[in-house]
Write a protein that binds this ligand. Structure first.
Ligand SMILES: Cc1cc2nc3c(=O)[nH]c(=O)nc-3n(C[C@H](O)[C@H](O)[C@H](O)COP(=O)(O)OP(=O)(O)OC[C@H]3O[C@@H](n4cnc5c(N)ncnc54)[C@H](O)[C@@H]3O)c2cc1C
Ligand code: FES
Length: 360
């Protein structure tokens, strides 16, 4: 008899505890429907005690996030209005005191509450989730792959040249950002240039496992680094490594328009094996006198037989540049490279507000 009574008592106890927990949550307003106001013109419902990042994602509003909510990427910043909370220790590495004073938080680190008011960049409200199929994977160098994604649902995407998407790595469900490298006029496909990072989770998947035919979920487009289409200024583009991706998309757009602006494009690489798309850009330079392509090697090997520019990309830019008071800069590469290039462009009088960059 005991073998029946004991389990029954245990099940009964668990039911009572669960009921008590549900009642407590209800009393605390945990499952009460709450609303969040976004930018004064959008209201979304939220349920339960989820983080703001997840609550927005449930409503298909995808705030950039590269760490999936672990407070290690710092991408998911959102500004709260009427905020009087202090930063959590996990937020302090990413949110400056000035930002905190304006109500900025990591959306993965704060819980939703009723009548929460937040400010989001308008672009985030238009970012969508896409189901895609990989239709092409190609080695561009020993460590950079071109990957083409065909959009299945929805079938088309509108993005500004320079913007990025986020890919969800299947199986491990991590999310990583990649700049779109293709022509924005092709709305059914996007291309990414993905550089292998040793032991990197997403890039190991892309370089060792991803195959044509695979289905991948992406979200986007995101980002403020994009071609200012209403500007007629001369342009200086500077890229290193996979930083070529957004510049390629920007140049594709300008090419579609007959290259109406004067563009000098500097690409920094270590040796010849790090160069790619050289013929594509040399051909563009032959076709359009307005466009100049200047690849430079910092450590050319004897067997490279390199006759082009050598040295650090900053020195090459310095040598080829005069007054930049009226010019616009588009910079993409490692944080160290971008910071050094900003100093050179400032030295040539480029205005801060005319310098656009993405560091990765
Ligand atoms: C807006 C934006 C656009 C981006 N666009 C591109 C793009 O077009 N192409 C591209 O290849 N990458 C791009 N990145 C970088 C990309 O999002 C990933 O960070 C990168 O691919 C590494 O991911 P992972 O999962 O393989 O490495 P992780 O598993 O995240 O990292 C593994 C280790 O490598 C280190 N690490 C991470 N990234 C780098 C790096 N770039 N160089 C050296 N060490 C690193 C980490 O600190 C960690 O120790 C972009 C990033 C941002 C924010
Ligand atoms: S999602 Fe990475 S810090 Fe919030």
């Amino acid at each position: 008899m005991e073998w029946i009574i004991l389990p029954s008592i245990l099940v009964g106890l668990m039911l009572i505890i669960t009921t008590i927990l549900i009642v407590i949550e209800k009393l605390m307003g945990g499952d009460k429907e709450k609303v969040i106001h976004i930018n004064d013109d959008t209201t979304i419902p939220v349920h339960g005690n989820d983080t703001l990042l997840n609550a927005l994602a449930n409503e298909k509003i995808f705030v950039p996030s590269a760490c999936g909510g672990k407070a290690t990427c710092g991408f998911c910043k959102v500004r709260l209005l009427d905020d009087d909370s202090t930063l959590k220790p996990t937020e302090e590495a990413f949110v400056s005191p000035e930002e905190a004073a304006q109500g900025v938080h990591l959306s993965c680190q704060i819980k939703t509450y009723d009548q929460m008011k937040i400010v989001l960049p308008k672009g985030l409200l238009t970012a969508k989730e896409y189901q895609t199929k990989i239709t092409h994977v190609e080695d561009l160098t020993y460590d950079i792959k071109l990957v083409r994604f065909h959009l299945i649902d929805p079938e088309t995407i509108d993005f500004k040249p320079g913007q990025y998407v986020q890919i969800k790595v299947p199986g491990i469900e991590i999310i990583r950002a990649y700049s779109i490298a293709s022509d924005p006029k092709d709305k059914n496909n996007i291309e990414l240039l993905i550089r292998y990072v040793p032991n990197g989770q997403a890039t190991t998947f892309v370089h060792k496992a991803l195959e044509e035919g695979d289905k991948i979920t992406i979200t986007g487009p995101y980002g403020d680094f994009f071609l200012r289409e209403d500007s007629k200024r001369d342009m200086i583009c500077i890229a290193g490594g996979s930083g070529k991706a957004p510049i390629r998309s920007i140049l594709a757009k300008l090419k579609d328009e007959g290259m109406p602006r004067k563009v000098k494009y500097f690409f920094g690489a270590r040796s010849k094996r790090d160069l790619y798309y050289t013929e594509e850009f040399e051909q563009l330079a032959k076709t359009y006198p307005n466009f100049e392509y200047i690849p430079a090697l910092s450590e050319p090997k004897p067997e490279d037989n390199w006759t082009g520019e050598t040295g650090l990309i900053t020195d090459v830019v310095d040598r080829h540049t005069k007054d930049l008071t009226e010019a616009e800069g588009y910079l993409c590469g490692s944080p160290g490279m971008i910071d050094a290039c900003i100093r050179i462009l400032s030295k040539h009088a480029m205005k801060d507000e005319n310098m656009l960059f993405d560091k990765f």
